[in-house]
Design a protein around this ligand. Structure first.
Ligand SMILES: Cc1cc2nc3c(=O)[nH]c(=O)nc-3n(C[C@H](O)[C@H](O)[C@H](O)COP(=O)(O)OP(=O)(O)OC[C@H]3O[C@@H](n4cnc5c(N)ncnc54)[C@H](O)[C@@H]3O)c2cc1C
Length: 315
């Protein structure tokens, strides 16, 4: 049974190599072939790395979808035509939308928030997080086709020491021309580096009191050479852009150091930072949940402590 990774767009995304690594491991364990299906704009970029991840066949789908609806149309038509058993999608913002819709179109099972996949006889065992990242669950899938949406920030890319040869095949779709059903009128603004890749993140929450105090978070992040971020509460209040939100409905990060300032530690927030190597928290409330996760915790007023911290780091 084939394992296929689906990708689209015009550049290989951060996270694709990790998705290929997981898919290659599954294919090897289940004596299956690994295919990588890409829309035509990705052909060259995919061909440059496919061999490093044990891909046996690169399927180039004859489509250049210009909207999420069109991506779903093209990928669902491909999966219906080619009938791969396991379909792996990197859980990017768009991947999260595309995966369940592709599964729905072809009548396949779907698991999101996955971080490990293995075959067990006729069934697929998929490990994933659930309930806002609080719980780890294992699904046993017996459906003939399953779409697995993988949180690639939890994985490491493992290219082969020597690239292996693969076949490239052009796939014409029998499906009708796609029709756009909705249009994105505003998108998060991403400037420079990605939060998902940051080694140091300084994050602020509602405990900062007011938007002006968030400047202190930026100053500390700059002094440490890190990136600044925040909780959904302050995104909802318009203090920072949604591209800076950490958590279940924001970015899933895994920095070496995560500094949480005036953040309660709600499970939905921790889903985006609990994989950090070290969490440092400042919170006024000694019973705040964040202290259950923090290696170092300070019970105190972050607005008072921040200027001192910034001075100390700059010194
Ligand atoms: C479906 C769903 C998805 C969600 N997704 C996300 C997500 O992706 N990311 C996310 O962050 N949230 C998410 N949330 C919201 C989440 O549940 C919390 O409401 C949110 O994280 C709270 O943000 P906060 O900790 O900044 O604010 P609060 O909960 O208001 O906590 C403020 C904290 O600051 C402390 N404090 C107050 N004053 C000070 C001070 N001067 N100094 C130090 N500490 C102080 C308080 O003791 C408190 O612990 C989601 C919720 C739902 C239902």
């Amino acid at each position: 049974m084939t394992v296929v990774v689906l990708s689209w767009g015009d550049a290989v995304q951060a996270g694709t190599a990790e998705a290929l690594t997981l898919a290659a491991r599954l294919a090897a364990d289940s004596a299956a072939e690994l295919h990588w299906a890409v829309t035509s704009g990705l052909e060259q970029a995919a061909a440059a790395i496919a061999g490093q991840y044990g891909v046996r066949r690169l399927d180039v789908i004859a489509a250049t979808p210009g909207s999420t609806d069109a991506v779903v149309d093209a990928l669902a038509a491909y999966c219906a035509q080619e009938r791969p058993g396991t379909i792996v999608i990197d859980q990017s913002v768009e991947g999260r939308i595309v995966a369940p819709r592709v599964a729905g179109r072809i009548g396949a099972a779907v698991v999101t928030n996955a971080f490990e996949v293995a075959r067990s006889g006729a069934a697929l065992r998929v490990q994933a997080t659930a309930f806002g990242g609080d719980t780890r669950v294992e699904y046993r899938i017996e459906a003939a086709q399953c779409v697995v949406c993988v949180v690639t920030t939890t994985l490491q890319a493992e290219p082969l020491a020597a690239a292996q040869p693969f076949e490239t095949r052009r796939v014409e779709l029998a499906a009708a021309a796609p029709r756009a059903g909705f249009e994105v009128v505003s998108a998060p603004q991403v400037q420079g580096h990605r939060l998902e890749d940051a080694d140091i993140i300084v994050s602020g929450g509602r405990g900062l009191g007011k938007k002006e105090n968030y400047e202190l978070v930026k100053q500390l992040a700059d002094a440490l050479g890190g990136m600044w971020a925040g909780s959904r509460a302050i995104v909802d209040d318009g203090w920072i852009d949604s591209s800076r939100q950490v958590g279940l409905t924001g970015k899933i990060t895994r920095p070496g150091l995560y500094i949480a300032l005036g953040i309660s530690g709600a499970s939905q927030h921790m889903a985006g930072c609990s994989a950090a190597k070290t969490i440092v928290a400042i919170n006024k409330d000694p019973d705040a949940s964040i202290f259950r996760y923090a290696r170092y915790g300070v019970v105190g007023d972050c607005v008072e402590l921040l200027p001192e911290l910034i001075r100390a780091v700059r010194a």
